[in-house]
Design a protein around this ligand. Structure first.
Ligand code: APR
Ligand code: PHB
Length: 402
């Protein structure tokens, strides 16, 4: 058994773990990352692509903003298409100059992995049997196997950045956590293709046939989604069937000029709202998807993870640089405030834009929900105050100051 000492062990090398590692290292706080999958697998995962202003600022402050600033595409607005009628949310004007950055999570991960490799910081990819021990003591540890050797990392704190299916959250005894969840009765079928985007800004479309989203990764690469029943599988959807359905749901002028092509990635993502309370236990802090999931409407998943990281790294700086050990215990309460605001927005936008009729059985509840959501959306889109509320949440609430 190899025993190694460090300050912070980070479980999981997704965007949360990598960004936290980068920020801690910048402040001279030793850390080691332990990851289940290979570096290649982590680097190729396709996820969302819109960064809030606060995430962009944090990536720049972490020293990994150069490529984002070079090839990312700033977006000053986006569109909501309501049964074919297009409304533009002018982010820049409505928020007093803020915008979002279109830059894929795959690219963010790539930049963070490169920065970590350049610094020669330790990351144990392809680890198995990862376990978090003695988390209520002052000397927790993380044990795992890697390349046939058993390791024990002795540390002060553990950051659980291992996503929804990781071990970190399970380390908190069941009776000490509350998990609040809603699973939606549909998913998003996503297609990535090397075709020019149909519009220079994103279009979120509400349609009788269900929700659709036109997004992008670059001037020559598009990302499109359509709402499908959660019982559908990718094999049921040929590329042609996908494009046909997408055209039906986009506003007509867009559908007419949509350029289609072979999919280079096609997958179905389930939709879920999920929060684990509290987000810390002893010397363990849960970060990103390990603590919460939002439905992708509004592109908040990665941004919420980045906000957690921003907060946790500030608190750990207080602990190590200012020697204020008690600051760590503030994490969950401070993080949850922003988490719930963001969960609420993602849930609200999902409610308004999707079709919930499902199996077509009509109940009074379903009819009421449908009519209320239509009324809600047309109300918000009918006046500037409504649009401003959408814009302010879309560009992202400010990060917590401590
Ligand atoms: N031990 C070590 N690593 C693990 C374990 C484990 N037991 N279980 C999972 N992991 C790894 C996963 O392989 C993955 O690389 O933890 C990482 C978690 O990464 P993500 O799921 O991407 O979660 P996070 O880093 O919080 O990213 C935030 O924002 O856009 C959303 O869901 C999207 O991934 C995104 C997230
Ligand atoms: C994406 O480009 O993948 C994307 C964009 C916006 C969303 C969700 C996903 O709300």
């Amino acid at each position: 058994m190899q025993i190694i000492h460090t300050k912070v062990v980070i479980v999981g090398a997704g965007p949360s773990g990598l960004l936290l590692g980068q920020l801690l290292s910048l402040h001279g706080i030793d850390n080691i990352i332990v990851e289940l999958k290979s570096a290649e697998y982590v680097g190729q995962r396709i996820r969302a692509g819109i960064l809030e202003q606060g995430t962009v600022d944090l990536l720049r402050a972490s020293g990994v903003g150069a490529r984002m600033d070079e090839i990312g595409i700033p977006h000053d607005g986006f569109e909501l298409a309501y049964y074919g009628k297009r409304f533009r949310i002018d982010l820049n004007k409505l928020t007093g100059g803020k915008n979002v950055m279109c830059y894929g999570q795959t690219e963010v991960t790539h930049d963070l992995m490169e920065a970590r490799a350049e610094k020669g910081l330790a990351t144990y990819y392809e680890s198995s049997n990862v376990q978090i021990n003695d988390i209520l003591s002052r000397h927790p540890s993380v044990s795992f196997e890697h390349n046939g050797t058993s390791y024990r990392l002795q540390c002060d704190y553990v950051a659980g950045c291992d996503g929804f299916h990781g071990v970190s959250r399970q380390t908190i005894p069941e009776e000490k956590r509350t998990e609040i969840e809603r699973v939606y009765p549909f998913g998003w079928l996503g297609v990535l293709s090397d075709t020019p985007p149909v519009n220079h800004e994103l279009i979120y479309a509400k349609h009788e046939r269900g929700f659709a989203l036109a997004s992008m990764r670059s001037p020559t690469r598009s990302r499109y989604y359509i709402q499908v029943p959660s019982t559908d599988t990718v094999d049921q959807w040929s590329d042609d069937a996908f494009w046909e359905e997408l055209k039906k749901r986009l506003p007509k002028d867009c559908a007419d000029k949509l350029i289609t092509g072979p999919s280079i990635e096609k997958s179905i993502a389930p939709l879920r709202s999920f929060v684990c309370e509290p987000m810390q236990y002893g010397r363990l802090a849960l970060v990103g998807d390990a603590a919460h999931i939002v439905p992708p409407t509004g592109a908040k998943g990665l941004n919420l993870a980045a906000a957690d990281v921003g907060l946790l790294h500030k608190l750990l700086c207080k602990v190590y640089v200012d020697k204020e050990e008690h600051q760590f215990t503030r994490y969950s309460e401070l993080a949850l405030e922003r988490v719930w605001q963001t969960e609420r927005f993602s849930w609200w936008l999902s409610n308004m834009l999707h079709d919930f009729s499902g199996d077509n059985t009509e109940s009074m509840e379903k009819l009421l929900f449908d009519r209320f959501m239509n009324a809600e959306l047309s109300f918000y889109l009918s006046n500037e105050t409504g649009m401003k509320l959408i814009a302010e949440q879309y560009v992202g609430l400010s990060h917590v100051e401590i």
